[in-house]
Each structure stands twice: as structure tokens, then as C-alpha cells.
Design a protein around this ligand. Structure first.
Ligand SMILES: OC[C@H]1O[C@H](O[C@H]2O[C@H](CO)[C@@H](O)[C@H](O)[C@H]2O)[C@H](O)[C@@H](O)[C@@H]1O
Length: 604
């Protein structure tokens, strides 16, 4: 039975990532890429779907976890009646390999250790052939199935027993053992062993150097730093693609059907991630992502997709994995994502904000990068008034979503600014006219004057948390009465236990059964909206509360079930972490009173 979501921590090598449970079990790992089939999938089923356990065999009386300062090296300390055992989990970065390194150190007394290596490839479906071999002058255990070969190394290798590899042994104070697992293509030879000490040191140095650039003049600076590092782990090192989360099908509704695969690059999530990184001063990160964007989107602007694979691929058909029981029985387990073919008119606005910020941070346009933006804006100019599925990717009928239309305004606005402020060429008169027309339409059709609030779409009186971005993207000032009215209406209709739902699922707008829990990114948007409205004390209090929801190692999932006191949805979720960073930046140097133009960079 998998653990509560918040009992997992993330390790990763910027090619892929694993979830390590507080019980010492790696229950999720896709190799070699975020969206490759999992070889450990116990997270979405049982241990029979694959896991790698290293932990005390005897009862654990307490467990502490932490990341080694400024890094993604995870340290889990188990205490038993007889001693203390520290487990260090690392995925070395920067060498183009795919290794997981697990070092056990007994720090007190004597601890009996259990080792269970249970590889199941193809998302926990296939039992590989496993054999003991000699390679590079040492014994290794090798598991092979289809395209995958997994090589286990260590000073004491587990033995085959009923379909898994198992061992138990004692470690006494001062003793240490290091195991490693390496993935290669099944037709390749067993690779040379890693220089463990050197790779751990290089990974530590690289991650620390990155973390040290995080701002320290923001509230909850340690959590902001952890969020930035987590976003970095979700950025594919070689391609620059940024995934929305390293997991699939952790449920938004426990036991329900709201289970989605997030191991892909959404233009929206990636652009917002970049916006947070740029706001936090990570300017050069923009270049890698812009290159990814140029490659992914290349071709006819009419063929723009809202998401791609990490290498820019366009095929991610959604299908269900019937052999997995689902997390807490939440089925179906899905891989791929059907939202790929949706129309979501907000996306270009988010991309244009990120590229505008990059330009303002000094990243010069290349001929290609500006002509791509021009082509995309011109394409939008021909289709901006079509209904869409909105940023929540609803599977019900398409609508004229107010948020989407506001972001269309943003796309034209940033295009105009590129010409006016940066001297780039473009049909600025046409873009200006469209910008004004869209603005007027939103004010006429997306605003409910009777209630004094913007609405979710043009044919409803419902509200939506996405309306909180209206002041954050510069559509209206933070203290405009229409913005204040919207904040109030959103708080009135969507707050649950002080946290914000995205919208009311009971309205039926999304075409799905069941309900969901408050969405953490939206709750952070409320912090930012309150801050720019000048209600900074309230914003600060909400920010404190939200930061308090992060787990013991500073990670957040997509949603939070306040009744159950547990996280819900994919984990860790870029959307939550990037919105946390944006809220911290909005609160930077807080004082009561509305935000000024100087706050512009943080607030886009
Ligand atoms: O709520 C239904 C939709 O849920 C997913 O979309 C959500 O996650 C995306 C990635 O973080 C985010 O960009 C989007 O705004 C969220 O609504 C899922 O990917 C969709 O298929 C699903 O319809």
C-alpha cells in the first residue's frame, strides 16, 4: 500500500526523477526519461508493481528526513530500539548517465537492514529476467526486459527469491554500504561503475551553486529556494523542456477518475516556471527554454500544441493502464494526456510574458525567436475570438473563458511592448487595435456589474480562481474596484477551509464526475492578488498558512485536502511551486498599500 503523498520526497538527475518514501522505498521511477515507462510503480499499485526498499528490518521508532543543504540529496534517518541508520539517496547529475545511488550508514548501535530490489518494467507489468554476472571485475545483478537493462551494484548483493531480490544484514555503528542501480539500453554492455565519491561531490557542488543564487530577501526564503531547486529538477538538462510534474495519476479526487499524466511540457506551466525563475534572478535559464520552445513549436503556427514531450515530440496519446490498481484505488491510471489536442487560448499570453521578461532581463532576440513570436501572434489575431477549453483543460463544451480572453489581451500587449520598448519590427497598429478590442470585450462580456465581479466565462455568473491573475498580468491595477470585487467574490464562492478551489465542480463545467480539493497554485495567486491590492497583512498570513502545508522536505502537490489533512494530485507539482515563488516575490519588501510600478518585474 503506497504511503500518503506527503510522505514521499523527490530525487532527480534532470533527465528523470524518483519518489522515495519515508519508509526507504523508491516507489516511483521512470527510466531514462520523465515520461519513460516506470520500472518502480508501487506508487500506483502494490510492491508487486516494483519498488526498491532499503530500510531497517526491525520496528522504526522515529524517522527524520531532510535534503542536504542546498541540494536534492535526500537523507532519511531511521531510529530503532537498537540503533540509528542514515540512508542517503542521490541521482548524480551532469554525466548523461541514469544512476540511483543509495548509501547506508549506521550512526549508532546496530541496525538490521532489509534490502528488497523488485524491478518491474513497463509500468509494473513485466517481470524482467534477472541474473548475477561478472562485469568490470565485480559481481553485479542484471535485470533485462525489452529495451531496458538495470544493473545493481553493491558490496553485498541481494539473492533471488520468488520474483524479487532480497537480503537482510546487520550494520554496526561506523559501518557503511553503498548500492547503485544503473539503467542502460538492454543491448548495451554493463557500464563501468560510477566514481561514487566524485559524482556525489560534483552533484552536491552543482546544486549548491544553483541554490545559492536564490533570493534571500523574501518571506520563507528556505522554501522559495527549495521550490526553485525543485523546478530545476523538473527541467530536462539536455533539451531544456520543463515537465509539469514527475508523476502520473496521483488523484485530485481520492477514489475518483480525476487522474492525469503530468510528465510533459505544457507551454503554460513551463512559461510560468520561467517567469518565476526570471523573477528570482535566474536569467540565463531562459535561454535553454527559449531554444526548446523554438524547436518544439517550429513549423506552421496553426499547428501549435499546448503541450509537448520533453524533446519537443507531439505524440502523447492518452491511454489507460488497466493492470494498475491506482493510488488509493483511483482509476483509471492514465499515461499520455488527451488535453494535448485542446484549444487553450491563454497559452500564447503566458509564453509572451515569459519572453518579454527574458528580453527585459537582457536576453536578446535572435531572428528566429522574434519571427516565431510574430507568427504566433499573427495566428492568434485570426482566431482569438474562438471558444476554448480554458487553462483548466475542461473536458466539457468549449466556452468563451474570461481568463483565456484576458491572456489573449496579454499576448497582443506584450507584442506591442516588444515593438514600442525594444524596437522589434511588427504590425503594431493592428496589434494595438486588437488589444483594445479584446479589452473592451472582456469588460463588456466577462464582467458581472450587478455583483461587481469578473465571471468564469461569458455565459455564466460563476467565478473562477484564474480571474485573480487579472491584476497580476497588468490588465487592471490591483486596487481597481472591479479587481477588488472579483477577489471578494472568489473568496466568497471558492474558499474551502481558507484555501481556494479552482472553480465549483458542481456547476458541471468540466464534464467530469466527482469533485476536487483546493488547488494550491490558485491559493498562492490569492496571496499575490491580495498583495497587489494593498492587503499585504492578509496576503502574508495566507502565505504563511500555505507554506505550512509543504511536507517535511518542503514539497507541495497540486491540491490539498484540508479535511483529510493530506496532499492530493500529482507531486511535486511545478504549478504549486512556481506560484509559491511568485507569491513570495509579490510580498518582497511588503508594506500596506497597492503595488507600485517598481514591483513590475515580480508581477510581470
Ligand atoms: O482538471 C482537468 C485537467 O487536469 C489536468 O490539467 C491541469 O494540469 C495541467 C498541468 O499542470 C495544467 O496546465 C492545467 O492548467 C490543469 O488544469 C490534466 O492535464 C488535463 O488533462 C485535465 O483535463
Amino acid at each position: 500500500m503506497p504511503l500518503p503523498i506527503e510522505d514521499y520526497a523527490l530525487i532527480g538527475d534532470r533527465g528523470t526523477a524518483a519518489l522515495v518514501g519515508s519508509d526507504g522505498s523508491i516507489d516511483w521511477l521512470c527510466l531514462p526519461r520523465f515520461d519513460s515507462p516506470a520500472c518502480f510503480a508501487a506508487l500506483l499499485g502494490t510492491e508487486e508493481n516494483g519498488r526498491w526498499l532499503l530500510a531497517p528490518a526491525d520496528e522504526v521508532t522515529s524517522t527524520r528526513r531532510r535534503y542536504v543543504d542546498g541540494t536534492a540529496l535526500l537523507e532519511t534517518t531511521f531510529t530503532t530500539a537498537d540503533g540509528e541508520l542514515v540512508l542517503l539517496d542521490v541521482m548524480p547529475t551532469g554525466d548523461g548517465r541514469a544512476d540511483v545511488v543509495r548509501r547506508l550508514t549506521c550512526t549508532q548501535g546496530r541496525v538490521r537492514v532489509r534490502h528488497d530490489w523488485r524491478v518491474r518494467t513497463d509500468y509494473g507489468r513485466v517481470r524482467p529476467w534477472v541474473s548475477r554476472e561478472q562485469a568490470h571485475d565485480e559481481d553485479v545483478v542484471v535485470a533485462v526486459a525489452g529495451p531496458d537493462k538495470l544493473v545493481l551494484r553493491g558490496p553485498r548483493l541481494p539473492r533471488g527469491r520468488e520474483g524479487h531480490h532480497f537480503d537482510e544484514f546487520d550494520l554496526a555503528a561506523g559501518e557503511e554500504m553503498t548500492f547503485s542501480m544503473t539503467w542502460v539500453r538492454s543491448w548495451r554492455d554493463v557500464p563501468a561503475p560510477l566514481g561514487l565519491t566524485e559524482r556525489i561531490r560534483a552533484t552536491t557542488d552543482h546544486q549548491r551553486a544553483w541554490s545559492e543564487r536564490a533570493p534571500d530577501d523574501v518571506p520563507h526564503a528556505a522554501l522559495v529556494q527549495r521550490s526553485l531547486l525543485t523546478l530545476m529538477l523538473m527541467t530536462h538538462e539536455e533539451t531544456g523542456g520543463i515537465v509539469a510534474a514527475p508523476t502520473t495519476s496521483l488523484p485530485e479526487d481520492f477514489g475518483g477518475e480525476r487522474n492525469w499524466d503530468y510528465r510533459y511540457c505544457w507551454l503554460r506551466d513551463a512559461a510560468l516556471t520561467l517567469e518565476s525563475l526570471l523573477g528570482a534572478g535566474y536569467d540565463e535559464e531562459a535561454l535553454g527554454w527559449r531554444r526548446w520552445l523554438l524547436r518544439a513549436v517550429a513549423g506552421d503556427p496553426a499547428d501549435l500544441q499546448i503541450m509537448y514531450t520533453v524533446d519537443g515530440g507531439r505524440e502523447l496519446p492518452e491511454r489507460e493502464l488497466g493492470h494498475l490498481a491506482g493510488y488509493a484505488g483511483s482509476r483509471p491510471v492514465r499515461i499520455g494526456n488527451g488535453a494535448v489536442s485542446q484549444r487553450q487560448n491563454d497559452v500564447l499570453g503566458e509564453v509572451m510574458i515569459a519572453l518579454d521578461l527574458a528580453r527585459r532581463a537582457g536576453l536578446e532576440e535572435t531572428g528566429n525567436s522574434w519571427s516565431l513570436q510574430r507568427a504566433l501572434v499573427d495566428e492568434l489575431a485570426d482566431h482569438w475570438d474562438e471558444p476554448d477549453n480554458g487553462l483548466w483543460e475542461i473536458r466539457g463544451p468549449q466556452r468563451h473563458f474570461t481568463h483565456s480572453r484576458v491572456m489573449v489581451w496579454v499576448a497582443f500587449d506584450r507584442a506591442v511592448r516588444a515593438v514600442e520598448d525594444h524596437g522589434l519590427p511588427g504590425p503594431v497598429e493592428r496589434w494595438r487595435a486588437l488589444r483594445d478590442r479584446v479589452r473592451q470585450e472582456v469588460l463588456d462580456k466577462g464582467y458581472d456589474a450587478e455583483r461587481g465581479t469578473f465571471t468564469q466565462h461569458y455565459d455564466t455568473r460563476e467565478v473562477d480562481a484564474s480571474l485573480l491573475v487579472i491584476p497580476l498580468v497588468g490588465f487592471l491595477p490591483g486596487d481597481d474596484p472591479r479587481v477588488l470585487g472579483t477577489i471578494e467574490a472568489v473568496q466568497q464562492d471558492l474558499l474551502r477551509d481558507g484555501l481556494l478551489l479552482r472553480y465549483r465542480t458542481s456547476s458541471g463545467v468540466d464534464g467530469l464526475s466527482g469533485h476536487e480539493h483546493p488547488f494550491l497554485a490558485c491559493s498562492f495567486w490569492l496571496v499575490s492578488a491580495l498583495a497587489v491590492a494593498g492587503r499585504r497583512a492578509e496576503a502574508g498570513a495566507l502565505f504563511d498558512r500555505l507554506c505550512g502545508l509543504a511536507n517535511d522536505v518542503g514539497l507541495l502537490s497540486e491540491e490539498y485536502d484540508a479535511d483529510g489533512g493530506r496532499m492530493a494530485g500529482n507531486f511535486p507539482q511545478a504549478f504549486s511551486h512556481l506560484a509559491l515563488v511568485q507569491a513570495a516575490l509579490a510580498l518582497r519588501g511588503t508594506q500596506d498599500g497597492p503595488a507600485t510600478a517598481d514591483d513590475d518585474r515580480a508581477l510581470t
